[in-house]
Every structure is written in structure tokens, then in C-alpha cells.
Design a binder for this molecule. Sequence first.
Ligand code: CA
Ligand code: CA
Ligand code: CA
Length: 546
Amino acid sequence: MKRIKRIALIIAIGLVSLAISHVDVYSQERPEYLPGELLVKFQDGVSGAKIKSLIAGNGAGVVKRIGLIDLYHLKLPSSLSVERALTVYRNSPLVKYAEPNYLRYPDIIPNDPSYPEMWGLDNTGQTGGTADADIDAPEAWDITTGGPDVVVAVIDSGMDLNHEDLAANLYTNPGEIAGNGIDDDGNGYIDDVNGWDFAWDDNDPTDTDTACGGHGTHTSGTIGAVGDNGIGVTGINWDVRIMPLKIFRTYFLIFCSASSSDIISAIEYASMMGVRVSNNSYGSTSYSQAEYDAIQASRSVFVAAAGNDGANTDVSPQYPSAYDLDNIISVAATDDDDLLAYFSNYGTASVDLAAPGVSILSTLPGDTYDLYDGTSMATPHVVGVTGLLLSQDPALTVNEMKWRILNGTDSKGLPVLTQGRLNANNTLGFGLALTDVTVIVTPLGPTTVSPGDTINYNVALTNNTAFSKTVEARVFVQLPDGSTVDLEGPGTFILPANGTIDQDFSRVVPSGVNTGTYTLFGQAESTNSFDEDPVDYEVVRRELSK
Ligand code: CA
Ligand code: CA
Ligand code: CA
């Protein structure tokens, strides 16, 4: 358990007088969840009265109801242990699942500053490593350096909002008036101008908890420290808007950690505000169904640190990175020789790619900079490149962004799914040429429908090259909860040079489905290209005839 000792080291730095001689003792007792709290998901269709009666019946209270996945965050009476409450709730026929309010920990390692060069962006051998063991950032910056319309959520310990090299890239909520005590945009959060602090429940996500060591300010700087301003470092995005969503705080006096309920609330907030990508440099070994459901329902790119145990997460998973969800990108860490960092988790099924994560120079609170190690530091490299992708083409789907990142890697024989390390230039390069095979879905009829209606649509596959192409195509629907169901295919087609094939389909909207937005995706993948075309269908209750 190497990671535990490293985390403890951060704690020791924050609380020198308190913790040094007891570092191992504290770290080995790192708690798995918060006492006195429970997360409960009730079965669909259970009445509010029954829920209220069950909760009141065992003396619990509702802390919060999280609408994204309709989850109840409960406070238990002191007479009821989490273990006992789990048994009670799991045995109730009203309950779909109940779980503890798990704690996650940052995947960071501190490192003394010695080589203040950002080798991960452009490696010339300046740190004694291998030239070009980097993400080719200067080449990518010839394509784009980012833009102010891209918002990236950093779900972390907050951010130094006034940092000289970050302040200009801080997100501002256009619908909210600062400091008037009014929820101007009606999103449920008062004066949420620059993100939110879910850990302390206030509108100031400043990175102040000492035990967290400036973690969120560091990850933010890698994504989007202001570029070309003559100060400090540069982010992968010179220009971007960073939304700090603070989840980490000090628990039990010494632990920098984040609870499931705060993580889920932050995911919900980012999703509600339309954010398409988030940075998640944290984890632990407990599986949370609620966290899984929230990530799926967010319908955004969820980039997560693989973890720092030096472990194969196919066998010993860390969450959230190891959930089997299409919208998660799990990131391992490499060094300046393109070798897997000794601390990095890996896994050919559960980890997607690697990115620089050793001796990474970035911003810290108080206009300072320092080198940190960790998959925590690798993750924002991938988020940064996702930000560049969104500035290049805001219409990219979640799967399209993930495909470009995974297929843009430089193959390095690493023990991860792609065997590769992130390459920004390759990834952005996919957008410079017309996709080899494109798919277009055309609705043949209204897109506002009711259960029992028939929908008709046409799917066209076009080969944009002068060569015959084999393409795998399918049509699937994404439900309001983010899960997907295949409608047509997948099937394999051979497209003639510069040819198009198309077909009409019809489907009945099943009776009894929930109302909401159902997105139909056409998808076409060939050897070197991937394309999706989304069409939204609104499912509404049928109006009674008058
Ligand atoms: Ca608000
Ligand atoms: Ca306000
Ligand atoms: Ca700068």
C-alpha cells in the first residue's frame, strides 16, 4: 500500500507538529466512509409518504435529495450504526439500493522542486528523460490553444481563485449576480458565481484546506493556467474557463477526503450547468452504485485518475476510475522516459491510457508553483486535451471525444487498454480532415412523441474516401438516466468509394417509459475514423383528447 504512505506524507506536510511520528498509524486507519450517514435509492414509483414514513420510522433525517439520480442522503440517529442501517434499508422492499457515504482520497504525491520545466508538454531531454516523451503540446497549439467558451469542471479541493496565473481563466456563472443573497438563475445555489464548495456548503470554492496541499489548484493549472501571459506556467489550454467544484476537506482532523454525497452533488451541478468534461483526481476501493449512476447520468466526459497503488486495477479496482462506463476515461501516469510511473495503477481493461504524471510543475495557492507526482497529475493532461477538442469542435459527442483521445495515443507498450500515452497533436489531428465514414440520422416525422407512438428515421452512411471502406455501424438510444440500448445493429457494411447507403427504420416507443429526453445516436466506425450523429427525441405524456 505505497499510496497510503504517500498520502500520509501530504498530511504530514500540512500538520507537521501533529502527524509526523504517527503517519503510518493514521494512514492505515484511513476511514472508508462517514459515520452516521447513508445514501438510499428507492424503487421507482414508491410514494413520498411511504419513503417519509420509513425514514422517520428509524429516526433518520433527510440531509439532501439529489435530483440527478433521485438519491436520498440521510443522517442517522446516533443509536443506529451505518452497518445496522444498511441491513434495515436493504431489507425494505421500497429500497433499490442503500450504501454508506464513502470517502474518496486524492491521488497525489508531493515532490520537491528540482527541475522547473514542463517536460510533459514538450520533452527535449531537459530533465534527463527521453526527447519527445511528451504530449506534443506545441504542435497541438498550432491547431488551437483553447477558448473562453469551453468550461471544464475541476472536482477537487477547490482552486486559488485569485492566483495570478489562473484568475483570468476562472469560470463565471453568467446567470448569477454576486453577493445579493438571491439564487438569480434558479439553479438551487445562492450566489454560485465561480463554482461551489460542496464540502463546506457555501459559494466559495477557494483551495484553503491545508491537509489537501493545494491539490485542486495544481490540477487546475495543468488544465488551464493562463498561457502566453509572461507569468509562471502554461496550461494545456491557454484560454478556458475552469469551474472549481470543491469536494475535499479535512475529516477526522487529518484526512483530506471527499464524501460520495458531495462528489455526486458536484457531478449533478456540472451536468446541470451543461459542462461537458470534468477532472476527477481521486479514488478509493469502495464501489458506490450511486456514484456510478451519477456519472452515467451526467452524459459528460468523466476523466478519472487510475490511482497510485502500483496495482493492476483489473484485479484490484479503484473507483470511480474503474467503473465500466463508456463516458469514463481512466488515466495512468508515465515519467519523462515514457515509462509507467512506479506508483501508477494499470490494467489493460480498466485503464484507458497514460499521461505525464511525474514531476509535473503547476500552480499552487499563493501565486506559487511546485512539482507534484501522481495519477492526479496525469488526469488533468487528458482533461486539458479534451478542452482543446471542445474548442476545436463544440459539437463533438462524448464517444467521439473519447475515441479521438484513445486513438491519438503514441503506442508505448504500456499495460493499459491502448498501450499508449496521450498525444494532443494526434488527437486534434482527427479534426483536421473529413471523417472517412460519416453517419447522418434524419427523423422522418415529429421528434416530440408519446409512449405507444411509432418513430421513423433514416440512417445514411457515406464513404468520404476514394477507397472502398468496411464500416461497423449501429443505432442506439441514450435514456434520460444516461444508459444506452441498441436499436439497430451493430452490423458490418462495405461502402464503395465515395458511396452512400441509407435505410429507413421504424420503432415503437414502449408504453410505460419515463418522460424526458431520449437521444438517438447513429454511429459509424472504420479502421481510422469514428463518427456519431445524435438526434434528440422528447418523450411526453399523451395529451387527452378534449
Ligand atoms: Ca444560482
Ligand atoms: Ca446571486
Ligand atoms: Ca502563464
